[in-house]
Ligand binder design. Structure first.
Ligand SMILES: [Zn+2]
Length: 148
């Protein structure tokens, strides 16, 4: 990806992190891993944070189709790192997925795969009923009471 594309790629993720008004420390961890993965420099990162902070950045799909899908996966990954799974963040993920013209079935598949990757990498599990992250070893979901 070119510099500008890479900055948009990162800014899309920053938008997710910022959607609920605060940067969650877990989100920042996830974000740093993502930055390494796409070869972003400190400079790219700062630029991306800046455009979002300025308040006039809107979701912009960046790069080739494979980059756009990877961007979506990264956005979902960061979304999952906030155990609260705020609706404000979910809305951005979904509108981005629609923007790159994925079908609902493709979106569901990517959600499922990213969730499995997140669970494997973080030894975490999510409730099948409500989708929230559950404390390890719990038998019932503390959020909705569903069986784990
Ligand atoms: Zn639940």
């Amino acid at each position: 990806m070119e510099k500008k594309e890479l900055e948009n790629y990162l800014a899309n993720i920053v938008l997710i992190m910022k959607a609920d008004g605060e940067y969650d420390p877990h989100e920042i961890d996830g974000f740093q891993t993502i930055c390494k993965g796409v070869g972003a420099t400190e400079d790219n990162l700062e630029k991306a944070m800046q455009v979002v902070e300025n308040g006039d950045y809107g979701l912009t799909p960046a790069g080739r189709l494979s980059d756009k899908i990877r961007n979506l996966e990264d956005m979902i990954y960061v979304f999952l790192s906030t155990s609260k799974l705020p609706d404000s963040e979910k809305k951005i993920v979904l509108s981005y997925a629609k923007m790159i013209q994925l079908t609902q079935q493709q979106i569901n598949e990517i959600l499922k795969e990213t969730r499995q990757r997140f669970e494997a990498e973080n030894q975490a599990s999510f409730c099948d009923a409500c989708g929230k992250q559950m404390p390890q070893g719990s038998k019932y979901c503390p959020f909705c009471g569903g069986r784990c």
